[in-house]
Write a protein that binds this ligand. Structure first.
Ligand code: SAH
Ligand code: SF4
Length: 338
C-alpha cells in the first residue's frame, strides 16, 4: 500500500491492522511529511518489527527532480518526474519574508484554454493527494526554508480533481503546518465545484480565472465556459463569498486586442459591482506557437484605472520568472518536444 498521501487517521488505522498502537500513525506521518524520509528504515523511533512489516507491505513514493531552471529574481522552476515516468512542473518563489510554491494538480489539463501551454499537451491524468503534497515538500527541501504559501496555479484544473485537491489542502495544513489562509486554489470556473468547496467552508483563497466579462468571448477562450455561463458562475461566486466571508480573486489574463479595451474594463467593473472581490491583472506570458500577445504597459494601466475608478480593488501579478517560462506548462512542453 502507498503511504505517502495518507493522513494521520488513515496511517493510524493501518498501524491498528498491523497490531500496533494508533500513536504510531502520528509518528509515521511526522516522518513522511515533516522529515521527508524516503525509507521506513529511517523511521528510527518505530520498533524494528514494525519497520520490517512496513517494508513488506507498504511503499513511500516520491518524485524525482529532473530539471531545474532559475531566473535572476531567484524564481526556480522544477520539472518533477512521477513514479510512472510522467513529468509535472512546480515553481518555488522566494521572497524576503515568505516563500511560496506553485503546484500542479493534474498532468496536462482537459479544459483546453486557447492561450495555455498546458492545454497544448492534452490531458494525461489527475495527481494524487500525495503527489500534490510531494511537490511542496520537495521544493521546501530544495529551499532549505519553511514554505509559507501554496498556490494551486500550476498545470491542471484543481476543481476537476476535487477530492485529491481537498485532501492535499488538509495534509499541507495538518502535516506541513501551512495555514489554510495562505493557500490559494485557482479555478477556471467550474461552478458546481465552487458550490461544493463553499460547503466545506475552508479558509483558503479562491481565485477564479474570469479573463473577460463577455460570454461569447469567454467560450472562445475557455471551451468549458460553454457549460458554465457567467450568470451561473457569478451566482456561485457570490454565494461562495457570502458563505465563507472570504474575498474571491478574479484573475484577468490580459491579451492584446482581445480583452484589454476600456469598454471591456467598464463591463468587467459592472459585472463585479456587488461581489466581495479583487481583480488580479495577469499580463500574458507569450507561448511559442500561439498567436496571442501581451498588451503594452499603457493599455494595462488604462484598464486598471477604469476598474479602480469604479471601486474595484486591483492587484497585478508580480512578473516573476519570465525568462524561465514561468507560465504553466511551458517547461514540460519544451521537454516533451526536445
Ligand atoms: N486551471 C486553473 C489553474 C492553473 S492556470 C485556472 O485556469 O485557473 C493558472 C493561471 O495561469 C490561470 O489564471 C491561467 O489563465 C493563467 N495562464 C495560463 N496561461 C498563461 C500564460 N501563457 N500567461 C499568463 N498566464 C497564464
Ligand atoms: Fe487548464 Fe487552467 Fe490551462 Fe485552462 S488555463 S487549460 S484550465 S491549466
Amino acid at each position: 500500500m502507498e503511504l505517502y498521501g495518507l493522513n494521520r487517521a488513515e496511517l493510524s488505522s493501518i498501524c491498528d491492522q498491523l497490531g500496533q498502537p494508533a500513536f504510531r500513525g502520528k509518528q509515521i506521518a511526522e516522518w513522511l511529511y515533516r522529515s521527508g524520509v524516503r525509507s521506513f528504515d529511517c523511521m528510527t523511533n518505530l520498533p524494528a518489527a514494525l519497520r520490517d512489516k512496513l517494508n513488506q507491505t507498504s511503499t513511500i513514493t516520491r518524485s524525482e527532480i529532473v530539471k531545474r531552471s532559475e531566473s535572476a529574481d531567484k524564481t526556480a522552476k522544477y520539472l518533477l518526474k512521477m513514479a510512472d515516468g510522467q513529468t509535472i512542473e512546480s515553481v518555488l518563489l522566494p521572497y524576503p519574508d515568505r516563500i511560496s510554491v506553485c503546484v500542479s494538480t493534474q498532468i496536462g489539463c482537459p479544459v483546453g484554454c486557447v492561450f495555455c501551454a498546458t492545454a497544448m499537451c492534452g490531458f494525461v491524468r489527475n495527481l494524487s493527494a500525495g503527489e500534490i503534497v510531494d511537490q511542496v515538500s520537495a521544493l521546501q527541501q530544495q529551499a532549505g526554508r519553511r514554505v509559507t504559501h501554496v498556490v494551486m496555479m500550476g498545470m491542471g484544473e484543481p476543481l476537476l480533481n476535487f477530492d485529491n485537491v481537498v485532501k492535499a489542502l488538509h495534509l499541507l495544513n495538518d502535516e506541513l503546518g501551512i495555514g489554510m489562509r495562505k493557500m490559494t486554489v485557482s479555478t477556471v470556473g467550474i461552478a458546481p465545484a465552487i458550490d461544493r468547496l463553499r460547503d466545506l467552508d475552508l479558509q483558503i483563497t479562491l481565485a477564479v480565472s474570469l479573463h473577460t466579462p463577455d460570454d461569447d468571448l469567454r467560450r472562445r477562450l475557455i471551451p468549458i465556459a460553454d457549460k458554465y455561463p457567467l450568470v451561473t458562475l457569478m451566482q456561485s461566486c457570490r454565494e461562495y463569498t457570502q458563505h465563507t466571508k472570504r474575498k474571491i480573486t478574479f484573475e484577468y489574463l490580459m491579451l492584446a486586442d482581445v480583452n484589454d479595451s476600456q469598454p471591456q474594463a467598464m463591463e468587467l467593473a459592472a459585472l463585479l459591482q456587488h461581489t466581495l472581490c479583487n481583480v488580479n491583472l495577469i499580463p500574458f506570458n507569450e507561448v511559442e506557437g500561439l498567436p496571442y500577445r501581451r498588451p503594452n504597459r499603457a493599455a494595462i494601466e488604462a484598464f486598471r484605472k477604469v476598474l479602480e475608478d469604479n471601486g474595484i480593488e486591483v492587484t497585478q501579478r508580480m512578473e516573476r520568472g519570465r525568462p524561465i517560462s514561468a507560465a504553466c506548462g511551458q517547461l514540460r512542453r519544451r521537454q516533451l518536444s526536445s
